[in-house]
Design a protein around this ligand. Structure first.
Ligand code: ADP
Ligand code: MG
Length: 405
């Protein structure tokens, strides 16, 4: 990773504006899943341990520029205090005189949590005046919110015009894991791509086809590829207008000599319903009136065997409608094959990560990305604006932030 990080900055006594991703699911006013809070702890603990004065900022949900009580960050403060094992002061806005006072009152190693950034329109609009206000009390900007790095917002991009900007540890870990898989993978390198629609993943496939040795395609999008191979797909989800594109991707992968596997059999049902009639069908013959909702047992075996031979494996997109138990086996089989493989495994995408966690296999993956949309854009080969805005390695920091030898 060619960006400066918190390690490169002299932090004692410095006021640090730290963008984190506390966009956590809430239920009944409590944090339902604290994964993202946990993921930010290494950076926050490092900052406090170095004696920085830490100001934490995040968005939560989509309050659309209005203060909405159900999107307040108060529920985050309590688990944060427990995980950090230190007091965390919470204020009710992210800009303004009360925030300025609270920042000025911070001692070395203290932590202040600001209110939801998206209570102000300026955040998503990347309004320079709002960005300048966010920056105004601080001396350095730390971005640890990989999950928000694909958005050029005031707290991810705008603020870097007013403060020297460096990466936190989570940001660094995400960029290194995803970056290494894409740019310097140990080979054979394989990708397992699924999900509902080809149209969601066109750019991911386009980018990966020039990099991988093995490509496994499952999920709803496999149907469009089966159609491109001239097969009937019954009543399965197919994007008719994407059939030529799927054909083009098949040709390109053949030209590159990639091993490309499509499902050879499928779990089909008469409706997307756990109680609907279902059967395993050959991919060559999905009968009319039936729709493919998961990969079948032979495909599970073939995919598992292909995964076992990989040194680097990247997974995005479930193999079936895994939210509905009778159609979850394919996705679970891929998660298990990845866990059992000796490969460096990287999982990105909100639903794929949820599936791995549900299977209880999260601890056995090499890297699980905390950023759904951000990891997808990374896999598409796009430059993330929140990353591009960070100082490159070798850049000069202001004297007050420069570490002594
Ligand atoms: P991720 O969030 O990991 O990037 P996607 O959002 O692209 O994954 O895809 C997940 C969705 O794809 C799930 O909601 C799942 O139900 C759906 N899906 C997978 N296979 C099928 C299928 N055969 N038919 C319809 N939907 C499917
Ligand atoms: Mg998704």
């Amino acid at each position: 990773m060619n960006k400066l990080t918190v390690r490169d900055v002299a932090l004692r006594g410095r006021k640090v504006f730290c963008r984190v991703d506390f966009n956590v699911p809430l239920s009944g006013g409590r944090v339902a899943d604290d994964t993202r809070i946990r993921a930010s702890i290494p950076t926050i603990s490092y900052l406090t341990g170095q004696g920085a004065r830490v100001v934490l900022a995040s968005h939560l949900g989509r309050p659309k520029g209005q203060p909405r009580p159900e999107f307040r960050l108060d529920p985050v403060a309590e688990p944060l205090r427990k995980l950090l094992q230190r007091p965390v002061r919470k204020v009710d806005d992210c800009v303004g005189p009360a925030v300025r006072r609270a920042v000025d009152e911070l001692g070395d190693g203290d932590v202040l949590l600001l209110e939801n950034l998206r209570f102000h329109h300026g955040e998503e609009k990347n309004d320079p005046r709002f960005a300048e206000e966010l920056a105004s009390g601080a001396e350095v900007f730390v971005n640890d919110a990989f999950g928000a790095a694909h958005r050029a917002h005031a707290s991810t991009e705008g603020i870097t015009h007013y403060l020297p900007a460096v990466a936190g540890f989570l940001m660094e870990r995400e960029l290194e894991a995803l970056g290494k898989a894409l740019e310097a993978p140990e080979r054979p390198f394989g990708a397992i791509i699924g999900g509902a629609k080809v149209s969601d993943k066109i750019q991911v496939l386009d980018n990966l086809i020039s990099k991988v040795d093995v490509l496994l395609i499952g999920g709803g999008m496999a149907n469009t590829f089966l159609r491109a191979r001239g097969l009937g797909t019954g009543d399965s989800l197919v994007e008719e207008d994407k059939v030529p594109l799927a054909g083009e991707l098949l040709r390109r992968s053949a030209d590159r000599g990639i091993t490309l596997l499509l499902p050879v059999d499928l779990v089909a049902a008469t409706a997307l319903d756990p109680k609907a009639q279902r059967q395993v069908v050959s991919a060559e013959a999905i009968p009319p009136g039936w729709r493919a909702l998961d990969i079948g047992p032979r495909t599970r075996e073939q995919f598992a065997e292909a995964i076992a031979g990989l040194k680097t494996a990247l997974w995005n997109g479930p193999m079936g409608v895994f939210e509905v138990e009778p159609f979850a086996a394919g996705t679970r089989a891929v998660a298990q094959a990845l866990a059992a493989s000796g490969a460096m495994t990287v999982v990105g995408g909100g639903d794929s990560v949820a599936a791995v966690e549900e299977a209880g296999l999260a601890g056995r993956m090499g890297h699980i990305s905390t950023g759904g949309g951000a990891s997808l854009e990374f896999l598409e080969g796009k430059t993330l604006p929140g990353v591009a805005a960070l100082l490159d390695r070798g850049a000069t920091l202001p004297p007050a932030l420069t570490k002594g030898e």
